[in-house]
Write a protein that binds this ligand. Structure first.
Ligand SMILES: C[S@@+](CC[C@H](N)C(=O)[O-])C[C@H]1O[C@@H](n2cnc3c(N)ncnc32)[C@H](O)[C@@H]1O
Length: 912
């Protein structure tokens, strides 16, 4: 084990150790010290030359005091050489008569003390604790306590060594094994509080040599009388004597001691040695030491004493006084005067004679004194050694007690800290209580103020129905006065008659259920009387609360309210019905709206979409959530968005039901960006929130496609017409001309007048033909330049007709001209041509007017003549021209108005 310590423990203990930190080792249950000295020797071996640089303290303790005494001496009688080894024997032992003793140097490192490991405070701040073969003698509870205690006493990084048969049992959280075989464990750091307490009063006083108390033991009265008699005899007849304690302090004088003792100068003292007269001291001291130490009677014969210049001879007897059962030891010193009278005289004579006296007697006396002095010196030396030894053990005791005191102090410090923290807790608690107190007094004030300012009549009763508190209103209503506090409520005649109030209160307190009663006072006013249980915070019933509420007005108002509620119920029913009807209407509207074949979109005046139907979603490819709340512009191709905004503004200024952008090409834009032609009709809806515009949108792409086809058909038709025209007019005319010219040829020589007439006729025919041809051509090519411009084409056409005719033909444009769709412009031009041709051909008018008017919301074309007119009813009059006019008007969505009466001319108006 000790070799294992040298290997595993000492190197780690010394690593990074400050040189001034002592190496502290404790060996509890050390018995006669072998374990302690073995540790000391192994540590010294390990340290070698460095041993002097460390302070080493090894404490060996045991409950057995005898064992400790032996340990302290370090003497081993048997032959220990085989156990210790020669080298160590030479280094750490000294040879004695009986065997070997541990050298002084090693012994000085070790401190031995009596110590009960089970109850005395432990040594602390230890680096190593070796407790071998002690735990096995102890019960499991004490074993556990000690292991815990050992953990506490060790420094961090400290080690514990146990005996081979011992373990740390279930304390693996406190110690980690370092060497399982030799049972060496390292302390684990833990924040655990030690599971032990030092036994109260366990600190021992150092064992000091017992001192007898000064004074005599108490005695019985009889004994005292007996002693008084003894004293008398002693004083009269016995030699003088003194009784001293073990410190040679005089306790009692007997007889005449003046010749031998005298008080010494200086501080008053009863010490026998200090009081001894000249010549007596040495003999007295050696006799006292012998008697005290050996417990025998010590004698000195004929000791010479110088008393007041005369020598006296005295026999000294020092006897230990033994009192059975008493611990106190006393010594009786008897002075027996043996001075022969002649010696006394001779002595007096010799002093008179001077120093010339018997020298041989003097020499023998001096020899005697010298022997006495020697013996005395020897006893002093022995006494000194003994007291040195005693002092050493005393010192060790003090050291160990000091250690114990230190660990107790540490424990006390911890306890003090705990007390301090408890004190702090108490201070906090106190503050909290003060704070609570303040809160309670505040709450009390609040309650008082609340009760006095409340317009409620409240009476608080205790368990015996005695009034505890009441509000001012309660005093007034119930005819109570503050002096009624403390009286039972039911004993007082109240201002209100309440039947069985006491019973009601008792019931409430018993059942913990509140009760309520409506009562009337003598004037017929109504009150609600409520009795509630008074429940404390601990859920205990501690009385009742009586509350009186004036409900007179409330009752009246409740009645009124009841009536109102009934009325409201009726009107509510009506509203419910109305709501139902509305819901039905709304459902119908929704069905209609959603199933409409056209896309219907409702937007506000700013163009923000409010509602769309399923067709709109389908037509534009948006879901309705994507449209509602967004500007209607998303559905308009980008290039039309700007004008669209101004149209919308114009419409909002003059909101009437009408088609949108009459005659204009309208297009919608789908979510995917594709465009399609639409026709839109607008309807204003005036709502409380403002103007809403409902647009019904029709996809006319298909219709346009059909119309285009129709137009192509019309071109064919036009060609036919042209062919017909050429055939009917030009060819016929040319044939006529040819016939005239043939006839003229025949008449050249024979009938010159006929010739002239034929030529003239041919010339007329040719002119008329030319005119027809021109018209046909014009009808075929309405404009010289592309693209068509309605104003320009009309002007050109009127101009060309005007030069070939006598009639007065006028053309005018009003308003700010703007472009229409090419289809609208084309058809308008054709209708103007048709109207003008008809007027020229059939009306015989002298004045024809063609007008083009650009109004803000439409464009109007008028052809007016002052010719013979016709009846609209007679079927022949309309002719092909009227039919074609109607067809064209329908094609561009225009309105056609024809006014004509016989002799009053004709007026044709087309609005788009
Ligand atoms: C078997 S000896 C062990 C001696 C030594 N530790 C060894 O291993 O060589 C046990 C010692 O423990 C001591 N002892 C017993 N109970 C004790 C206690 N409560 N406090 C201190 N020592 C005790 C006994 O007096 C005895 O000397």
């Amino acid at each position: 084990t000790f070799q294992a310590l040298e290997k595993a423990v000492y190197p780690r203990l010394l690593k990074n150790r400050k040189s001034d930190a002592p190496i502290r080792i404790w060996v509890p249950g050390c018995s006669t010290g072998e374990e302690v000295y073995s540790i000391a020797m192994s540590l010294l071996d390990y340290l070698g030359n460095r041993a002097n640089s460390y302070r080493i303290q090894i404490f060996g303790t045991d409950i057995n005091e005898e064992a400790i005494k032996k340990a302290r001496l370090g003497k081993y009688v048997r032959d220990i050489a085989p156990d210790v080894g020669r080298a160590r024997l030479g280094r750490y032992f000294v040879k004695t008569d009986e065997g070997y003793q541990i050298s002084k140097a090693v012994r000085e490192l070790c401190v031995f003390a009596k110590h009960d490991a089970g109850s005395d405070p432990p040594f602390s701040r230890l680096d190593l604790l070796s407790c071998r073969n002690l735990l096995i003698y102890l019960g499991p509870a004490l074993q556990r306590r000690l292991i815990s205690l050992f953990h506490y006493t060790l420094n961090a990084g400290g080690y514990l060594v146990l005996g081979t048969a011992e373990t740390i049992s279930d304390f693996s959280e406190l110690f980690a094994p370092v060497d399982r075989k030799h049972k060496i464990y390292a302390k684990k750091s833990t924040v655990m509080r030690p599971r032990f307490e030092f036994a109260p009063g366990a600190v021992r006083e150092p064992v000091l040599p017992e001192m007898p108390a000064r004074g005599l033991p108490t005695r019985s009265e009889f004994e005292q009388q007996k002693e008084a008699a003894d004293l008398l005899i002693l004083n009269q007849y016995a030699p003088s004597a003194v009784l001293v304690n073990e410190n040679f302090e005089i306790l009692h004088f007997r007889g005449h001691t003046g010749p031998y003792l005298e008080p010494s100068p200086g501080v008053a003292s009863l010490n026998l040695l200090k009081m001894a007269r000249e010549g007596l001291l040495m003999s007295l001291r050696s006799s006292l030491e012998i008697a005290r130490k050996k417990n025998v009677v010590a004698r000195k014969e004929s000791v010479r004493v110088e008393a007041d210049g005369a020598p006296r001879f005295v026999n000294l007897h020092v006897a230990p006084v033994k009192v059975p059962g008493s611990k106190q030891r006393t010594l009786l010193v008897v002075f027996e005067d043996v001075t022969p009278p002649e010696r006394a005289k001779a002595g007096a004579h010799a002093r008179k004679q001077g120093p010339a006296s018997d020298s041989s007697e003097q020499i023998s006396s001096l020899k005697h004194e010298l022997a006495t002095a020697k013996a005395y010196l020897q006893s002093v030396i022995e006494g000194q050694e003994a007291s040195n030894e005693e002092l050493r053990s005393l010192n060790e005791e003090i050291l160990s007690t000091n250690e114990e005191l230190q660990s107790t102090t540490e424990e006390l410090e911890t306890a003090n800290e705990e007390l301090q923290s408890a004190n702090e807790e108490l201070t906090t608690l106190n503050e909290e209580l003060q704070h609570r107190n303040q809160e309670i007094s505040l709450a009390n004030n609040d309650i008082l103020n609340l009760l006095s300012s409340m317009n409620l009549s409240i009476v608080i009763l205790d368990r015996d129905s005695r009034i505890r508190r009441l509000t001012p209103i309660a005093q007034k209503l119930l005819n109570l006065i503050p002096a009624d506090i403390g009286r039972p409520l039911t004993d007082i005649r109240l201002g209100l008659d309440v039947l069985n109030l006491d019973q009601m209160i008792t019931e409430v307190m018993e059942t913990i259920r509140p009760k309520q009663l409506e009562i009337q006072d003598r004037e017929g006013r109504w009150y609600s009387l409520q009795v509630r249980p008074y429940i404390t915070a601990e859920n205990k019933i501690d009385g009742a609360v009586v509350v009186l509420l004036d409900i007179h007005d409330l009752r009246q108002r409740t009645a009124e309210l009841g009536q109102r509620t009934a009325e409201l119920g009726q009107s509510n029913d009506r509203m419910q019905e109305e709501l139902l009807l509305r819901r039905q209407a709304e459902d119908k509207f929704r069905i209609l709206f959603e199933s409409a074949p056209e896309a219907i979109l409702i937007a506000d005046a700013n163009g923000k979409i409010a509602l769309v139907n399923a067709k709109t979603e389908q037509l534009f490819g948006y879901r309705r959530e994507e449209l509602i709340g967004n500007p209607v512009d998303v559905l308009v191709p980008e290039r039309f968005r700007e004008p669209h905004a101004s149209y919308r503004a114009g419409y909002s200024a003059e909101p009437v039901a009408r088609p949108m952008g009459k005659g204009r090409e309208l297009a919608g834009r789908r979510k995917d960006g594709s465009e399609f032609s639409v026709e839109i009709s607008l309807n204003p809806i005036q709502t409380r929130e403002g103007l809403l515009i409902s647009s019904s949108i029709t996809d006319i792409s298909e219709r346009l496609r059909v119309a285009q086809q129709a137009q192509q058909g019309a071109v064919l038709e036009e060609r036919n017409r042209l062919a017909r025209d050429v055939h009917d007019t030009l060819a016929q005319g040319l044939i006529g001309i040819l016939l005239q010219l043939d006839a003229a040829e025949d008449a050249i020589d024979k009938r010159p007048e006929e010739l002239r007439e034929r030529l003239a006729s041919a010339s007329r025919l040719a002119r008329a033909n030319l005119e027809d041809a021109r018209r046909s051509v014009l009808a075929l090519r309405p404009e010289d330049q592309e693209p068509a411009n309605l104003i320009h084409s009309l002007e050109h056409f009127v101009q060309s007709v005007r030069t070939a005719r006598r009639e007065k033909i006028e053309f005018s444009v009003q308003g700010t001209p703007r472009r229409l769709t090419s289809e609208a412009e084309e058809n308008l031009l054709r209708m103007a041509q048709e109207g003008l041709n008809n007027a020229i051909k059939h009306s015989g008018a002298t004045k024809i007017r063609v007008e083009l008017i650009f109004a803000p919301s439409e464009v109007r074309l008028r052809v007016v003549d002052n010719g013979k007119g016709f009846s609209l009813e007679s079927p022949g009059n309309g002719g092909f021209g009227m039919t074609s006019l109607r067809e064209r008007a329908t094609q561009i969505g225009a309105q056609l108005e024809i006014k004509s009466s016989a002799g009053k001319g004709t007026r044709i108006e087309i609005s788009v």
